[in-house]
Design a protein around this ligand. Structure first.
Ligand code: NDP
Length: 240
């Protein structure tokens, strides 16, 4: 695995909107081959067309991250197309006030399935980079976001354990915790009062998804002997 982004094979879950979509665009523009997973096939196809039309490399596999076999199929498709996987970006996620069962399936199990799918290839390569997406809510609990925060604390805990366990295989691991970034995430809140509160808050403080994409590119582009383990960033205007 070389320094920089260009030429790397990057698998991204939750690539059909928001942070994953922005990361796919930036990394492809910097020369990565991106392998995109999410449930909305039409959105993925549009993104693949956009990236390839501008000379980039992208392929899409419709994926529900709550289904382990589908996540494995996504990673394996990337390895089949490109011969290896350099980066696994476990980004797919839902917000507070979603059903507890779904939050755990997507936000925790989805990340574990991504790790499980990527690790056999990375350990065999003796190289790779796993990036998990937590949140400011993985550092601070607020009323109304209890289960969401629990899932994001879990992502940080499992990222730290992963960091230590993959050392023998020369694999890097990063957990990125964004503050409020303008995406479709608040739309996934099902409680109406909470949704309008969150939408107001986002309208006041949120920053563009390109902020996240740059953080991902920064972590990936370090020389191989540099392992950026945690990135926590917020809008400058955000208190929480
Ligand atoms: P969006 O709602 O815009 O995007 C979420 C993405 O996850 C979509 O591509 C969606 O695709 C995908 N997704 C949801 N459920 C599944 C599933 N079961 N299987 C596969 N893909 C799924 O939100 P964001 O871009 O903001 O969210 C991305 C990550 O960032 C999440 O983990 C979120 O918790 C985290 N985050 C976001 C913050 C923000 O302020 N935006 C702050 C902190 C963290 P599809 O519906 O097509 O499957």
């Amino acid at each position: 695995m070389n320094e920089g982004v260009s030429g790397k094979v990057v698998v991204i879950t939750g690539a059909s909107s928001g942070l994953g979509e922005a990361a796919a665009r930036l990394l492809a523009a910097q020369g990565a081959a991106v392998v995109l997973g999410a449930r909305r096939a039409d959105r993925l196809a549009a993104l693949v067309n956009e990236i390839t039309a501008s000379g980039g490399k992208a392929l899409a596999v419709t994926t529900d991250v709550a289904d382990r076999a589908q996540v494995k199929a996504l990673v394996d498709a990337g390895v089949k197309a490109h011969g290896r996987i350099d980066v696994m970006l476990n980004n797919a996620g839902l917000m507070p006030q979603s059903l507890l069962e779904r939050l755990i399936d997507v936000n925790i199990k989805g990340v574990l399935y991504g790790i499980a799918a990527a690790l056999p290839h990375m350990t065999a390569q003796k190289a790779g980079h796993i990036i998990n997406v937590s949140s400011v809510a993985g550092h601070r609990v607020g009323p109304g976001s209890t289960v969401y925060a629990a899932t994001k604390f879990a992502v940080r805990a499992l990222s730290e354990g992963l960091r230590q366990e993959v050392k023998p295989y020369n694999i890097r691991s990063t957990v990125i915790s964004p503050g409020a970034v303008a995406t479709e995430l608040p739309d996934s809140v099902t409680d109406r009062d909470a949704a309008s509160r969150i939408q107001q808050f986002y309208a006041q403080v949120a920053i563009p998804a390109s902020s996240f994409a740059r953080a991902v590119a920064f972590a990936i582009s370090q020389p191989e002997d540099v392992d950026i383990n945690e990135i926590l960033f917020r809008p400058t205007r955000q208190d929480y």
